[in-house]
Design a protein around this ligand. Structure first.
Ligand SMILES: [Zn+2]
Ligand SMILES: [Zn+2]
Length: 392
């Protein structure tokens, strides 16, 4: 942990003298800054002293002097303003687009061989597996013999350029067909933007299209799903073309939260960040992450209870005998996790595994206290008697 390794940062003096550990540490810091320069000018070093607070740039000697005089700005254990702790960008060279496909489908690389093998047998692959395999093929197929670009990379980059510069559909069409003329024959380049979209389709995030008023007053949703004019301003939902067909005027793309979170967890580099708060120990009483807040703990506590109850029901419908401890560990995801579950008793075993109890060999019967306290911010405001109902 950086906090203990770098305790020297805030032990500047021993009596009236400069602490030799501090001096050594500052040299280490200066070396770090030299190895990871922020600017191409070596005389522009961000000063983390208590006065400059990482807001000013000086030459290295001045920074060093500042640190000896004023010490570091408080709580600067992680040298973030100097580029520390940010995820390193994976080296180019490996097939990034292939990895993107794996990330999007939450698959590991070893898994795919069995997938490919099972699909190659006579039966038709299901829609999702087919998307996945199509994308994998596109990520490996070069655009033309000898090209360093894959079909998928080309399609993904065209799509991203279209979004970035808000290019009109027909403009992209034009460029795509121009490109396919310009590159060698026998290429895999498609001619239209529609075809490009078909290649990347499997990667798209699940979403719902909800029609909206062209002026943005309301959504044609739920009870209003059948309306043809806006309830607030009376604008038409559709425009009639000269040929008589109806064209939609405005649409909202809604991205449900669950698949979005799932995507974040299946992406290799991001999933590490997503689970940071459960893996990194923190000093008691400090806020280092939103999960240290009461509101977050309250939410955890609340949903743990729901999850636990689900496990209990699952076990009873499947007729499996499981001890409350086993169910609890399954819910929180391991024996070493310490999460309070609303409605469960305060028995130490339920929270901390068997470490505390020497008589743990005997079956533990939980104390489902009817007046179990909710460990939320309001401590005891909500009384969960639910525990008692599944105690038998
Ligand atoms: Zn300074
Ligand atoms: Zn309206």
């Amino acid at each position: 942990m950086k906090r203990t390794e770098r305790s020297w940062m805030y032990e500047r003096k021993v009596g009236p003298y400069v602490n030799p550990e501090f001096e050594k540490g500052v040299d280490e810091f200066m070396q770090y800054v030299k190895d990871n320069p922020e600017s191409s000018n070596p005389n522009e070093v961000r000063c983390p002293c208590a006065k400059c607070k990482n807001k000013r740039l000086w030459d290295p000697d001045t920074v060093k002097l500042h640190l000896f005089r004023a010490g570091f700005v408080p709580n600067y254990y992680e040298w973030m303003c100097h580029g520390e702790g940010f995820p390193t960008i994976p080296a180019r060279g490996s097939n990034e687009y292939r990895e993107m496909v794996f990330d999007a489908f939450g698959q590991s690389q070893d898994h795919v061989h069995s997938e490919e093998a099972s699909v190659s047998s006579e039966e038709e692959p299901n829609a999702q597996a087919k998307h996945f395999l199509d994308l994998l093929k596109a990520s490996e197929r070069p655009l033309y013999e000898g090209s360093s670009l894959s079909v998928l990379e080309m399609a993904a980059r065209i799509t991203s350029l279209k979004c970035e510069y808000n290019l009109p559909h027909r403009c992209v069409d034009g460029f795509v067909s121009l490109l396919s003329e310009a590159i060698p024959n026998n290429n895999q380049m498609v001619d239209t933007f529609y075809e490009v979209k078909k290649i990347v389709k499997g990667l798209e995030m699940p979403h719902e299209r909800i029609h909206a008023c062209p002026k943005g007053c309301m959504l044609f949703w739920k009870d209003d799903a059948q309306l043809s004019t806006c309830r607030a301003c009376g604008s038409d939902r559709y425009k009639q073309t000269s040929k008589g067909s109806l064209v939609l005027l405005n649409v909202l793309f809604y991205f449900p939260i669950t698949p979005r979170l799932q995507r974040l967890f299946t992406t290799k580099t991001i999933s590490e960040e997503m689970t940071w708060h459960s893996k990194n120990p923190r000093v008691q009483g400090t806020m280092a992450h939103p999960s240290d807040s009461e509101a977050w703990k309250h939410l955890d506590n609340y949903f743990m209870h729901e999850a636990y109850q689900k496990k209990v029901e699952e076990a009873s419908t499947q007729g499996i005998q499981k001890s409350p401890n086993e169910l609890y560990w399954e819910t929180v995801g391991g024996r070493n996790k310490k999460v309070r579950v609303k409605g469960l008793g305060q028995g130490a075993e339920l929270y901390y595994g068997n470490r505390k109890s020497s008589k743990s060999s005997q079956q533990y019967t939980p104390s489902f206290l009817p007046d179990a306290r909710l460990d939320g911010p309001e401590g005891g405001a909500e009384v969960g008697g639910e525990g008692a109902s599944y105690a038998e």
